[in-house]
Design a protein around this ligand. Structure first.
Ligand code: DP6
Length: 328
């Protein structure tokens, strides 16, 4: 009973921040993302009666206690669903640095969901798979799909209407998402912890929840109409609004470093010179720039010219997650 799957990472253009149910990991707001072509995780899952506990190998090293616990808790959900009690060996490889704010939990849990469900021969719909992946990590629910993807917060207490689905396919639009790595150090406040703190302490939390549906609606339309300026403006707005929430938490969470801020200014300056480029930043210091294919080289050169940007990664829209190997 084993299977291997690949899932691509994604970046939210309209951000998810806050949970309405921590145990079931149900987001408090919907979100919209683009799946990334250049970043992915490949995960192999082997259920084996000879194992007395789950084993995790992550990027060729043994998973630490925290990582292993999170994976085992997730596998428990699948064991319960399938009625198969076996422990599993999970071997996972990212083609990018883990925990550097590049959403490794998104591609990681999407690949794990797909591989484990296949290995256990669970015959699940895309919606069921997305709901499962969400239990591992909210953003993972989106990484099962290619192109532009929307995640619903839903209203059901059991989370049965909180899943992701595609808005537009991978070939819908030739946009680019460039990532500038400003630091390889792992982030200090993980997104789960940050979200809990913001919900408890930020005076802006209610305003965040209330204003999200309008952003989602406008972004959905702008993507379908290929209105790049609108997509870009909404992307920056949602990023800054999410960080306003993090910053206004107690104690305040500051994910940016000096290079992140330098890059934000440089991107706005580039825009003044007529290049349509817009930034977004997640729960870490890396800078991400959305632009059109024709501006990729200009934007890449600009990023490279910023002191402290250690590496740039260019993405197009990426594909859906897929099974690579399956062995009964
Ligand atoms: C800032 O999906 O990592 O990247 O559900 O707690 O695992 P958990 O959170 P996670 O949070 C992602 C936060 C974000 C915005 C986004 O991807 O929507």
């Amino acid at each position: 009973m084993q299977a291997k799957a690949r899932a691509h990472s994604n970046i939210a253009l309209i951000k998810y921040w806050g949970k309405r149910d921590v145990r079931l990991n149900i987001p408090a707001v919907g979100s919209i993302s683009m799946t990334l072509s250049a970043l992915w995780t490949e995960t192999e899952v082997i259920f084996d009666e000879r194992l007395s506990k789950d084993e995790l190998i992550l990027d060729n090293r043994r998973g630490n206690v925290k990582e292993s616990k999170r994976i085992s808790a997730f596998l428990d959900i699948l064991r319960q669903k399938s009625g198969v009690p076996l422990k599993a060996k999970v071997i996972s490889i990212n083609n990018f640095p883990t925990a550097a704010g590049l959403a490794s939990s998104a591609s990681g849990f999407a690949a794990l969901t797909l591989a484990a469900a296949k290995a256990l021969k669970l015959n699940l719909s895309e919606r069921e798979l997305s709901i499962l992946a969400r239990r591992g990590s909210g953003s993972a629910a989106r990484s099962l799909f290619g192109g532009f993807v929307e995640m619903f917060a839903g209203t059901e207490p059991d989370g049965s209407d909180s899943f992701a689905q595609p808005i537009a396919a991978q070939d819908h639009w030739d946009v680019r998402l460039l990532i500038g790595i400003t630091s390889f150090r792992p982030k200090k406040v993980g997104s789960t912890e940050g979200m809990t703190r913001s919900k408890k302490t930020s005076p802006y939390y209610q305003a965040w929840i209330q204003s999200q549906p309008e952003d989602l609606k406008e972004m959905r339309q702008a993507i379908l109409q290929k209105d790049f300026q609108k997509v870009g403006e909404l992307t920056e707005h949602s990023c800054l609004k999410m960080h306003a929430l993090a910053l206004s938490s107690k104690p305040g969470i500051l994910y940016w470093n000096a290079i992140t801020v330098d890059a934000m200014h440089a991107i706005r300056e580039l825009r003044h010179s007529g290049i349509q480029a817009y930034f977004t930043v997640d729960a870490g210091p890396q800078i991400k720039v959305l632009c059109l294919a024709e501006d990729e080289v200009r934007v890449r050169d600009m990023l490279r010219s910023i002191n402290g940007i250690e590496r740039t990664i260019v993405n197009k829209l990426g594909p859906a997650a897929q099974i690579l190997e399956f062995d009964e």
